[in-house]
Design a protein around this ligand. Structure first.
Ligand SMILES: Cc1cc2nc3c(=O)[nH]c(=O)nc-3n(C[C@H](O)[C@H](O)[C@H](O)COP(=O)(O)O)c2cc1C
Length: 258
């Protein structure tokens, strides 16, 4: 009869157990991947709705998101395209050299290295009229890229909200970009002055009501000037010539022709 405590038997049982555990873990990991992807998409939809402050009007996040039209635009021309928004995936666009441009150091004010040729934007219409435009934005903070959404009202100059869905900033410092009190400061701020100069920025310290251009300034995050500057820089990039400027001026013309 075989000895149950033999080295051969112990190794056989140990190896068998490892293989079974590895198979179970891989099975769970593969099974959860799809769920994780789905959760990321749902989280982004929540942020889009939150940036545009739509939940209270539509009653729920899903109702609000269903009222939003997803459209893929060409960033170089600022025109709508007929590319499928369902099939658009930023991470895939940034893996294909024919689908992005490399930015020179003078162009790369948001420190993102490359810019996609096409972007998926979000438009909310009420009674057939454009109400809110929501634009994906990103740029380097202190520890990594901040990914978020900027919502602008139909004058294409007033901010409705700014929400980040992914970043690596420090809790209590740069991660205060997620603090509801700080996010509330963006509502009603203006982007461009009468001459079309982009003035919006996060300052160091607090904005006082009577100071010049207070409409274009947001309080800095205390002890987190580097993240604050990252936010200013990403807005400067995405609202500039290489970002959504052409798209916004096309849209402005369209809105004023209605
Ligand atoms: C561990 C550690 C984490 C930090 N995280 C951040 C951060 O997430 N964002 C940021 O702007 N500054 C962060 N800082 C502080 C920066 O190094 C820098 O001092 C600060 O941005 C300057 O802002 P202030 O002029 O408002 O103090 C961190 C510092 C330390 C030591």
């Amino acid at each position: 009869m075989q000895n149950k405590d033999s080295i051969k038997n112990t190794l056989f049982i140990g190896l068998g157990l490892c293989l079974v555990c590895a198979a179970v873990i891989s099975f769970i990991a593969v099974g959860l991947k799809q769920l994780q992807k789905q959760n990321i998409i749902i989280d982004q939809q929540k942020k889009i709705v939150a940036a545009a402050n739509l939940e209270s009007f539509y009653g729920s996040v899903s109702n609000a998101y269903n009222s939003i039209e997803e459209i893929v635009i060409d960033l170089d021309t600022g025109n709508f395209t007929d590319l499928s928004p369902e099939e658009y995936d930023l991470s895939k666009e940034l893996q294909d050299t024919s689908k992005y441009i490399s930015l020179s150091s003078s162009e790369d004010i948001a420190t993102i290295k490359v810019r996609e040729n096409f972007s998926k934007v979000f438009l909310e219409y009420r009674d057939g009229d454009l109400n809110t435009v929501i634009l994906p934005v990103r740029g380097y903070g202190l520890w990594g890229i901040l990914y978020g959404y900027l919502a602008i009202s139909n004058d294409l100059n007033t901010i409705v909200g700014l929400e980040f869905y992914e970043h690596k900033e420090t809790p209590g410092l740069g991660a205060e970009i997620d603090n509801p009190a700080w996010k509330a400061l963006w509502n009603g701020k203006k982007l461009f002055d009468e001459e079309g100069n982009l003035l919006i920025k996060v300052i160091k310290g607090k904005v006082t009501v009577n100071e010049a251009n207070s409409n274009y300034k947001v309080d800095g995050l205390s002890g987190a000037t580097l993240t604050s500057n990252g936010v200013t820089n990403l807005l400067a990039f995405w609202l500039g010539e290489l970002g959504y400027l052409k798209f916004l001026s096309n849209l402005k013309e369209e809105v004023s022709n209605v």
